[in-house]
Write a protein that binds this ligand. Structure first.
Ligand SMILES: C[S@@+](CC[C@H](N)C(=O)[O-])C[C@H]1O[C@@H](n2cnc3c(N)ncnc32)[C@H](O)[C@@H]1O
Length: 283
């Protein structure tokens, strides 16, 4: 039986996931795209964000802010795609996307045989996503398991009940997530990830740069993603992760963008750009 219900419309923090899909759909249309996400347009359309109707604002500050956020989404997506490829190549076969939103990596990336990919988010975005995936007749390229749970609750129990095995290595992705969680929730999330991570596990995180909330979030339009930002990265993210048992490297968006042949056209106000890209291996 097919379900023809209209998807629930995006609201609150998960609406940001549909905005991210819109940016990925725009990137996918470029000849020199850093990735192609064939489902992104369908997610954006189902959420009323496609055709990409909202032109760039006239106000220069708002315009720069929008471009900076879109830029950060494109660069971080490529960065984490590469991190996942390296994790697969190292033999990791469990993938957990925390705050998965409209991430379509289960459908758009090549996964080695035996890969199990868990998408963790709250029920509303996962239901919305399921309805778009049905409509698009999308077929995952690995075993895909969704876990509807709030990450402030006991998500490790829900993840294990869904089949995650903490005794074998996992690659964890928290992309565009931590900036929406208060600092104590970020700390607890990291502690929980760490206890669920066998040696050889890996992790990719995006963190809000120092100053980004004051610089971009403070005068963001009410209801916009930036207006919901609450936490920035610690002064020393590598040291912070070492304290949790991870060997981490941190990269800036601009350094990665240059490496990908996509340098920024406007000079960045370095500290005020969203971003902070972390890759880590469990010690
Ligand atoms: C900006 S979106 C990023 C989505 C996805 N990681 C990506 O980059 O495409 C943030 C996501 O985090 C999820 N999220 C935020 N707070 C959460 C919480 N407490 N529990 C579960 N998911 C949460 C939202 O529902 C949303 O899907």
């Amino acid at each position: 039986m097919t379900d023809e219900r209209e998807p629930v419309q995006p609201s609150g923090v998960w609406a940001t996931a549909v905005g991210v899909a819109r940016v990925r759909a725009l990137e996918s249309e470029r000849e020199d795209a850093l990735f192609r996400d064939p489902l992104a347009q369908a997610f954006a359309a189902a959420g009323g964000l496609w055709p990409s109707s909202s032109p760039l604002p006239d106000d220069e500050t708002a315009r720069r802010r929008r471009l900076a956020v879109s830029f950060s989404i494109v660069i971080r997506t490529k960065y984490l795609d590469d991190l996942l490829l390296r994790a697969s190549a190292s033999g990791v076969r469990q993938v957990v996307l925390l705050g998965a939103g409209m991430d379509s990596r289960a459908f758009r990336m090549d996964w080695p045989e035996g890969t199990r990919l868990f998408e963790v988010d709250t029920a509303a975005p996962l239901d919305f996503k399921a309805s778009v995936l049905r409509q698009e007749r999308a077929v995952a390229r690995c075993e895909r398991i969704t876990v509807a749970v709030d990450l402030r609750e006991d998500w490790p129990a829900a993840l294990t009940a869904a089949g995650h095995d903490p005794a074998t290595p996992t690659v964890w992705i928290a992309e565009g997530l931590l900036i929406y969680l208060p600092e104590d929730a970020v700390e607890l999330l990291l502690a929980r990830i760490s206890t669920q991570s066998a040696p050889g596990s890996r992790m990719g995180l995006t963190l809000g740069s120092r100053g980004v909330i004051e610089g971009i979030g403070a005068d963001a339009e009410p209801g916009s993603p930036a207006s919901m930002w609450v936490s920035e990265m610690p002064d020393d993210p590598v040291g912070w992760l070492a304290g949790h048992g991870w060997q981490a490297d941190s990269h800036t968006l601009h350094e990665r963008a240059a490496a990908y042949g996509r340098p920024v056209s406007t000079p960045p106000q370095r500290e005020k750009q969203p971003g902070g890209l972390i890759s880590a291996v469990r010690r």
